[in-house]
Design a protein around this ligand. Structure first.
Ligand SMILES: *Cc1c(COP(=O)(O)O)cnc(C)c1O
Length: 359
């Protein structure tokens, strides 16, 4: 059930960065020649899908998303395979999650399959932009904004689904480098009943102050505890978090305030396939600090689309500084990185059926 997509090609294609230039371009600063737009109007559903030259959006100043933040987004990647093919990683999961985020933010559902096919079409139009060196990819950013133009606080009756694309270089320039993190004690990202599980713009606005303070102190990100009691571990920056405690992989269970990462889900499924124990449960910061003191925590890492696996070298909580695996990447982290990136780029067998072939 492919939706009809009009394609208007640019008459002024940009100069594409070379693979070498790409290595030095900051994430998310270079965009391809085209974007995908789909309108929504109450009573008409999603309609008028079109691929047009990348450019500014005409929006009235009263457009509701600019005032009340009815805005959700996604992030996924396309990869070039060794044989010149192009694939995406679990795009159906992203679109299903977008609908869950939308449900919370009163944004209408979009058909998962149709949305995935439309994104695949855009990537196909931009196939020359998909980089091919190891660990490079084409980052895909779908998002939905509310487009009614009135200042009343009410769900919009019209929306715009937009997809833009950025070629990105290797996240790690020289191997998986562990990062320093501190536990955020002052600010909360979200609370139960809030929008933590939704990938919405407001969650990010709420996290910026904390991120800035962490960077000023020489840390890469913060580890969020639950907003009410400040006891339970939730996530790290914009990644989910895992620990290896006593040889078992542990991650906080999804509780409504944690973002259900697709990389998180994939990590759990891969670890299970290795017949290694993995549990999703509540875990307090005290428990982690105690396990650390007892010498039981061998690894800590974040998971997310951008970095896939991001080892945590150091975690500071009040006066406790935890250093994992001598500040080096752990065995489980490395193995997971190799397996998941291998599946993503089709250099390892796709046992789980996660790869969506565009061509
Ligand atoms: C997107 C996101 C993640 C990671 O999700 P992936 O699907 O693995 O990329 C984790 N936490 C937050 C807050 C996020 O926005």
């Amino acid at each position: 059930m492919l939706m009809q997509i009009n394609i208007e090609k640019t008459t002024q294609p940009k100069k594409r960065p070379t693979e070498k230039e790409l290595a030095n371009i900051a994430f998310g600063t270079t965009f391809t020649d085209h974007m995908l737009l789909i309108d929504y109007k109450e009573g008409h559903g999603w309609n008028n899908a079109r691929i047009v030259p990348y450019g500014p959006l005409p929006l009235y100043p009263a457009t509701t998303c600019l005032h009340y933040g009815q805005l959700i987004f996604e992030g996924l990647k396309a990869y070039k395979t060794r044989d010149g093919g192009i694939v995406m990683f679990r795009p159906d999961q992203n679109m299903a999650r977008m609908n869950n985020s939308g449900e919370r933010m009163c944004i209408p559902r979009i058909d998962v399959l149709e949305a995935v096919e439309a994104i695949a079409k855009l990537v196909e139009v931009e196939e020359e932009w998909v980089p091919s060196l190891p660990a490079t990819s084409l980052y895909i950013r779908p998002f939905i904004i509310s487009t009614d133009t009135f200042l009343g606080v009410h769900p919009s009756s019209s929306y715009l689904f937009i997809v833009i694309l950025c070629p990105v270089g290797a996240y790690y320039k020289e191997g998986l480098a562990p990062v320093r993190i501190y536990v955020e004690n002052e600010y909360a990202r979200t609370v139960k009943g809030g929008t933590g599980f939704a990938k919405c713009a407001g969650n990010y606005a709420a996290s910026l102050k904390s991120q800035v303070e962490a960077e000023n102190e020489g840390y890469a990100q913060v580890l969020w505890l639950d907003g009410a009691e400040r006891r339970y571990i939730e996530e790290v920056g914009s990644m989910n978090v895992f620990f290896v405690i006593d040889g078992k992989v542990v991650t906080p269970e999804l509780n409504g305030s944690i973002l259900p990462g697709i990389t998180r889900k994939s990590v759990i499924e891969v670890v299970k396939s290795w017949n290694m124990p993995v549990t999703e449960r509540r875990i307090t910061i005290d428990e982690l600090a105690q396990a650390y003191k007892d010498g039981k925590v061998s690894e800590a890492f974040g998971s997310g689309t951008a970095a896939v696996i991001s080892p945590i070298g150091e975690l500071k909580w009040q006066d406790t500084v935890m250093r994992f695996n001598g500040g080096k990447i752990g065995e489980v982290s490395q193995r997971l990185y190799d397996e998941i990136t291998g599946i993503q780029t089709c250099t390892r067998e796709d046992k789980f059926g996660w790869v969506y072939k565009i061509k």
